[in-house]
Design a protein around this ligand. Structure first.
Ligand SMILES: [Zn+2]
Length: 83
């Protein structure tokens, strides 16, 4: 089974929290190794989680993922991913 970037974005917080099903986690991991866009998403998501870790808040700021997805959609239009 192959997952695309949008699937990875949906799973990224679970990936960081370690709550993903092992099979899903492995697919996400594999995708991240080959996809620059998703690696960047992982990094920025991690940074936000680290910033909020002191208060044990592991939710993304309201609107974050919408803005992120919009930005990514833009980036992908400019640079279509290889198929
Ligand atoms: Zn990707």
């Amino acid at each position: 089974m192959v997952i695309d970037c949008k699937h990875v974005w949906e799973h990224i917080s679970g990936f960081i929290d370690g709550t993903l099903d092992p099979a899903v986690r492995e697919m996400v991991q594999r995708h991240l190794e080959t996809c620059e866009i998703c690696s960047a998403v992982l990094d920025s998501t991690r940074n936000i989680l680290i910033l909020t870790a002191d208060d044990r808040v592991f939710e993304l700021p309201v609107g974050f993922s919408e803005r992120l997805h919009a930005r990514l959609d833009e980036a992908m239009r400019e640079e279509p991913p290889e198929n």
